[in-house]
Design a protein around this ligand. Structure first.
Ligand SMILES: [Zn+2]
Length: 165
């Protein structure tokens, strides 16, 4: 666990127990983060085992659910469906006919099915983020750094979900 026996022997019983417990918790936390590499966690929450702010601020269930699914990339899409059907990634195309993979970036920034929703909720948020990649935009919109951003993104995802289902 990265602690030398000499270092442990120099500690009192309770101190050693506490240090080992903390080390085990750190390792489990790291294993959790590694097992879900697509889950977006801002730097402020990386080492803090507390719920994200949006979980309490987004009081309306459909907004909270839509935002969570987007953050986890677990929303209904060809990408999700294909994970369970062994369809190669390059064949997980969006039904909009663009020949693009139905990723979160495609849905938020390019999909023709969500054009009006994007114009209403997402485009205004991108004005201050010019010149970045879609992946960077996506991370910033889903990291829950700003309540205004989180609220608008959650509303857009819920609106998209109602179109898709
Ligand atoms: Zn599309």
């Amino acid at each position: 666990m990265g602690l030398s026996s000499q270092a442990i022997l120099c500690m009192q019983w309770d101190e050693a127990k506490s240090a080992l417990k903390q080390r085990i918790m750190d390792m489990e936390r790291q294993a959790d983060l590694n097992s879900c590499p697509n889950f977006r966690v801002p730097d402020t929450h990386k080492y803090r085992p507390l719920p994200m702010t949006y979980l309490s601020q987004l009081e309306i269930y459909k907004f909270r659910k839509s935002f969570t699914l987007a953050r986890c990339e677990a929303f209904t899409s060809m990408v999700l469906e294909a994970r369970f059907n062994s369809i190669p990634r390059e064949q997980r195309l969006c039904p909009c006919g663009s020949d693009e993979i139905e990723s979160i970036e495609h849905m938020m920034f390019r999909c023709s099915r969500h054009k009006k929703i994007r114009a209403k909720y997402i485009t205004p948020l991108l004005k201050d983020m010019a010149g970045q990649s879609d992946s960077d935009y996506c991370n910033q919109l889903l990291l829950d750094y700003s309540w205004t951003t989180t609220k608008l993104v959650a509303k857009s995802r819920a609106a998209c979900h109602s179109i898709d289902s």
